[in-house]
Every structure is written in C-alpha cells, then in structure tokens.
Design a protein around this ligand. Structure first.
Ligand code: SAH
Ligand code: SF4
Length: 395
C-alpha cells in the first residue's frame, strides 16, 4: 500500500472509521524541510548523499535560517556555499501553506483561508488584543467528531494536517506580521491555541512534532505556557498530551449531564463526563498555577440553566480540579440547530460559577463578521447544511 492510501483508524463521531493517512508526498518529489526535527533534517541530507559531518553542519545552518530567520529560499542562506545552493534547492523544499484568501474583521481579527500542496482548504485566525496576540491554529482539514453546535463538525474530515502544515501556520503568521528574525521580546504573536479546525488529539503525533518545533528555544521559541491545546475529550490521549507536549489543556465540556453532552458532543457516548473529568484530574502538570480551562458554549434552553451552573461547580469541586471556566456565547452559522443564550442568562450562569470560587469569564466573540469566531470555521469547499449531514450519516 502506498503511503497516501494507508488507512489508519481514526474515530468517527463515536467509533473509529478509517481515513487516509496524512503523509502525501510533494508532486515534485522534493523533501519538505519544515516540520522536521534537526536530526531528521540531518538524516535527510545524509540520505541525499552528504557526508555525515557536513550533513550535521548543514542541518544546523538550515534550521537556523528556517526557524530564526524565516527564510524560504536556499539562495539567501549566505553561510552555505553558493555552489551547493542548486543541489539543495533541487532536493528540498521550505514551505508555507498557500494563502487562498486573507480577511480582516472590523475588530482587527484576521482570518486566512489556506491550502495544502495537494489542494485541501483549511483556516487560521489571528486575534490581536491590547496585551497579546493569539493565533488559532488548525490541526485537521475538517473534523470527524460532528459536535452539533460546530460548523467545522459538518465538514467531512478530509485529512490530518502534517507537522509542516501545522508549524507552517505559525510561520506564515510571522511572515505576515513581519516578525522575523525570531526574538523573545516585542512580538505581536505571543500565544497559540490549537482551537482551529479539527480535533488535535486525533492527530497527536503531527501536533506534537509541530509544537515541539514551536516550543524549541532554538526554533520558534514560544513558551509552552503560552500554548493551549483544546480537546473535545479524547480521554486516552490526554495523559500523553501532558507528558509529551506539556502545553496548557482546554477541555470542551459544554454540558454537565450525560443526556445533553451525548447530544451536543457525540464523543461523550464513548468517553463520558466522569471519565473525562478524572483524566483532567490526572493531567500531568496541572496545578493551581496552570489550571485546566473548561470551555462551555452557551446554548439557549439547552445547557444554560442555573441548575447546570451549580452542577458544574459541584463537578469541579468533586474532582478537585484546578480549573477555570470559559463561557463562549454560541456563534451562529447557517442552518445551526441552536441559538445563543441571552446575555442575562449568561451573566447569571457566570455569577453562580464565580460564587463557587471559580473564575468564569465570558469570552467576547471576535471576528464574527468574517466567520472567524469559534465554531464558525468551515471552508467553502464543504458547504453542506446540518440537516444534510445528519441525513447522510443516518443513511
Ligand atoms: N476540536 C477541538 C478544538 C477546536 S474547537 C475542541 O472541540 O475542543 C474550539 C472551541 O470552539 C471548542 O471549545 C468548541 O467546542 C467551540 N465551538 C465550536 N463551535 C462553536 C460555536 N458555534 N460557537 C461557539 N463555540 C464553538
Ligand atoms: Fe470537531 Fe471541536 Fe468542532 Fe467538535 S467542536 S466538531 S471536536 S472542531
């Protein structure tokens, strides 16, 4: 079986279904250097015929140009002998995802429609604030999990993004913000959230390898404390996420009863609330200084009663979780089966959690006018209506 048709088990809304594995070689046969570790670059150079000592030196130089200087053209790498430039350029490639469209919201939020080298569209969002700038990065093209309130969930999963496509989003943002060379101070891009399209823990290896480069002091140099990974609750991967990546964890809880969570986050039928909260209690590295964020989308008359808020406080206390709650007003999209809770309801919900001693800010929606807000990401290639997706899945 060739690499691009190898099937790997990846869950559907509830149970595993096979989807094509991510690895898709470039049509021109060149090896992509972005997304490789320094050792992998050295191995690739050796396989192409360089002496081990030279391969080691060149790997170090390439790494520096790629991640500290943001250079994509070998010809600009002045400490590599000119005579070797064509040899490198023929065999290796330094990519960015292609930009199909870039939009700017009235509130300054920017959204990019991007494309992989084999023609799949995905999105990335940058949210500037007074004291920080957050890049919302995608991990998959589409998502298999089909949460009922999420627009991305109505897309078929097309494929996992590869490490170079994940770290490439961060590099593209730096290109566009003019933030090369990498430097610790004065950046606009200060934080990363794995909250774009897709479920990052269903693309674990690629997300880990990409974030390792983002966090490498010699790479893009962003601290793990400034990176948050959001999961809808892939319990078996949570411990590895803490151990092997070590970033902050956000959990899309969204409901406190089995009945409601089963409905709005279908993965709950596989990994229930108790199991999920226990995995949070066991999350490596969580403590009062590094709390777990529980995301809670406010859906009118669905999950937003005072009783639900009290139950949320009880659950967090019961599992002794170092937690904060992020209340997300539901962002509408065409054909969505829910409405957003009223501002009074959201305030009341938030107050009960605050009174329970837990911080519960309401997230201000950003970039709604360009469909860049949470749960609105969906590429034009896949404009199906919710009802159509349900009908297809039931068939
Ligand atoms: N798949 C991951 C990360 C991407 S979604 C996850 O589900 O956690 C990022 C956040 O946006 C999640 O908390 C998700 O539940 C929330 N979200 C999805 N659709 C939304 C919508 N229409 N309005 C508000 N938030 C939404
Ligand atoms: Fe996928 Fe997250 Fe959307 Fe659920 S909320 S469908 S897990 S992207």
């Amino acid at each position: 079986m060739s690499a691009d048709t190898t099937l790997m088990p990846i869950p559907g809304p509830i149970d595993p279904v096979p989807v094509p594995r991510a690895t898709v070689s470039r049509a021109d046969g060149r090896v992509e250097l972005v997304g490789l570790s320094k050792d992998q670059i050295r191995d690739a150079l050796e396989s192409a015929g360089l002496e081990p000592r030279q391969a080691k030196l060149r790997a170090k130089q390439l790494w520096h140009w790629i991640y500290n200087r943001g250079v994509t053209d070998v010809a600009l790498m002045t400490d590599i002998a000119k005579a070797q430039h064509p040899w490198l350029a023929e065999r290796f490639h330094i990519a960015r995802p292609a930009v199909v469209e870039a939009q700017v919201s009235t509130d300054g939020t920017r959204k990019w429609l991007l494309q992989t080298h084999d023609g799949h569209d995905f999105e990335m969002v940058f949210i500037p604030d007074a004291d920080r700038g957050t890049l919302c990065v995608s991990s998959q093209v589409g998502c298999t999990l089909n949460c009922r309130f999420c627009h991305t969930g109505t897309m078929r999963l097309v494929r996992n993004l590869e490490p170079h496509e994940i770290v490439g989003q961060v590099m593209l943002a730096r290109d566009s913000l003019g933030e090369w060379p990498s430097q610790p101070e004065g950046r606009m891009l200060t934080n990363i959230v794995m909250m774009g399209m897709g479920e990052p823990l269903y693309n674990f290896d690629n997300v880990r390898d990409a974030l390792k480069i983002v966090m490498d002091g010699d790479g893009l140099g962003l601290s793990k404390r400034r990176i948050t990974l959001s999961t809808s609750g892939v319990v078996p991967m949570m411990e590895r996420c803490g151990d092997e990546i070590g970033v902050n964890l956000a959990v899309s809880l969204h409901a406190v009863t089995k009945e409601i969570r089963d409905e709005i986050v279908p993965l709950n039928r596989k990994y229930g609330i108790e199991e999920l909260l226990q995995a949070c209690a066991d999350y490596p590295g969580a403590n009062n200084a590094r709390r777990i964020t529980f995301e809670y989308v406010m859906l009118k008359d669905k999950n937003d009663s005072d009783e639900h808020a009290r139950e949320l406080v009880r659950l967090i206390r019961h599992y002794r979780l170092p937690a904060k709650v992020n209340l997300i007003p539901f962002n509408p999209w065409p054909g969505a089966p829910y409405d957003c809770s009223t501002p009074e309801r959201i305030r009341s919900f938030s107050n009960i959690i605050f009174e329970g001693g837990i911080s519960a800010p309401v997230r201000t929606p950003r970039g709604r006018d360009i469909d860049a807000a949470c749960g609105q990401l969906k590429t034009a290639a896949e404009k199906k209506r919710r009802s159509q997706v349900d009908a297809e899945r039931a068939a």
